[in-house]
Ligand binder design. Structure first.
Ligand SMILES: *Cc1c(COP(=O)(O)O)cnc(C)c1O
Length: 393
């Protein structure tokens, strides 16, 4: 097999050809600034309006509640910082979890340096937040709960509807980083009591550098980027028309094939999990078994360095990840794996494989064979492993 096998779709995805085709006219032909008056620009304006409607209807929102941004990180930063600023007179307490993406965690740390108090909720061994702990953490001065929809490393899907209901009962705003969930599993902001939601284009076969923030009507957060009057004065900057069109097209395609893709991914995901757990000794699945993104697999292999595993997989043309892309390159084990209670030495041997709708069974078989062989080879060089097996017998 000399083709590359790409199993790092949680890091980024290939742009869908239909998305690319939909964007193309807005580079060369329809390049008008949507904010201009002449009819030439009107076509870009129309494309923008349609894109907003597509995204809004996908989420069960109103078009005026959708703000186009420059990606998931920007949306997370905006939701947290602007809520903190706008609701400061009500309180300075924010609740989040220990397993959030760094776009949320580092923003929380920034807010802590600016006088806000943040509670970082623990998760259980599957990466689920505990609803009773969430409820106990709410105080009269709590202004925001920000909990991710699904985790980018271990794929665990959080009890979003319950979190939303608790937030609403207590009159606290609820933001969710849905970057890994948007376009992958159904989301309806009304049913789930979501007040703000972040999503990103490049995680759903759309263009990089595009995203949205959904902000429920009536939430009074201010602008994040100051300047022109774009996005109803809340997000300045000339519209990225091709990017916005691409984001909407990617949304439309994701919505159209969602059920089918979820089913196909789930079957292959479970097949990969069962093969590896059966054939590789002392392998551990991280994350929840059922409440899990259809395309996410995350293992730990004791006595293995994740980095060595990645390099040897790469030699076979397999693209995978050991934690999140942002922490690859650093020697710290993933904060998510530590939060689910894994000791450092086990968290170091982690491997994340994230499928796409196009992943084939033959690829999964090749990957499972490769993991088995490489883990065996690396362990055969480890005296620690030898001792461990002797004692375990
Ligand atoms: C990728 C990712 C982000 C960041 O999105 P960008 O569009 O790359 O800025 C934020 N949160 C989660 C959960 C992600 O997976």
């Amino acid at each position: 097999m000399n083709n590359m096998i790409y199993l790092d779709n949680a890091a980024t995805t290939k742009i869908d050809h239909e998305v690319y085709e939909a964007m193309k006219p807005y580079f060369e032909e329809q390049y008008g600034n949507p904010s201009s008056i002449y009819s030439f620009a009107g076509k870009s304006k129309k494309a923008l309006d349609e894109a907003r409607e597509t995204v809004a209807s996908f989420l069960g929102a109103k078009p005026a509640e959708i703000y186009f941004t420059g990606g998931g990180s920007e949306s997370d930063n905006w939701a947290l910082k602007a809520t903190a600023e706008a609701y400061r007179d009500k309180g300075n307490h924010i609740i989040t979890s220990k397993i959030e993406h760094h776009a949320v965690l580092h923003t929380c740390e920034y807010l802590e340096r600016h006088g806000f108090e943040v509670t970082y909720l623990n998760v259980d061994e599957y990466g689920m937040i505990k609803l009773d702990e969430l409820e106990k953490a709410i105080r009269p001065d709590t202004i925001l709960i920000s909990i991710m929809f699904a985790n980018n490393e271990i794929g665990t899907i959080e009890p979003v509807k319950e979190i939303g209901s608790i937030a609403r009962e207590h009159g606290v705003l609820f933001h969710t980083d849905a970057v890994q969930a948007y376009g992958h599993i159904p989301i309806n902001v009304e049913e789930l009591c979501i007040d703000m939601l972040s999503a990103s284009g490049h995680k759903i076969n759309g263009p990089k550098g595009t995203g949205i923030l959904y902000v429920r009507d009536g939430i009074k957060i201010g602008a994040f980027i100051h300047g022109g009057a774009q996005e109803r004065g809340r997000r300045a900057g000339t519209y990225n028309t091709p990017g916005i069109v691409g984001f909407a097209k990617a949304t439309e395609l994701a919505a159209a094939n969602m059920g089918q893709r979820m089913e196909k991914e789930t079957v292959l995901r479970n097949y990969l999990i069962s093969r590896v757990l059966k054939e590789v000794p002392y392998a551990r699945l991280n994350g929840h078994t059922e409440k899990r993104l259809p395309n996410n697999v995350n293992f730990c292999f004791r006595f293995i360095e994740g980095e060595s595993l990645l390099i040897l997989l790469d030699q076979k043309g397999i693209c995978a990840s050991s934690g999140s892309a942002c922490t690859s390159g650093s020697l710290d084990p993933s904060h998510v794996l530590l939060a689910i209670g894994l000791p450092h030495e086990i968290a170091h041997g982690s491997l994340r494989l994230t499928l796409s709708g196009e992943t084939a069974k033959e690829e999964i078989d090749f990957v499972a064979d490769s993991i088995k062989e490489i883990v065996g080879r690396l362990r055969s060089m480890s005296p620690l492993y030898e001792d461990f097996v002797k004692k375990d017998k």
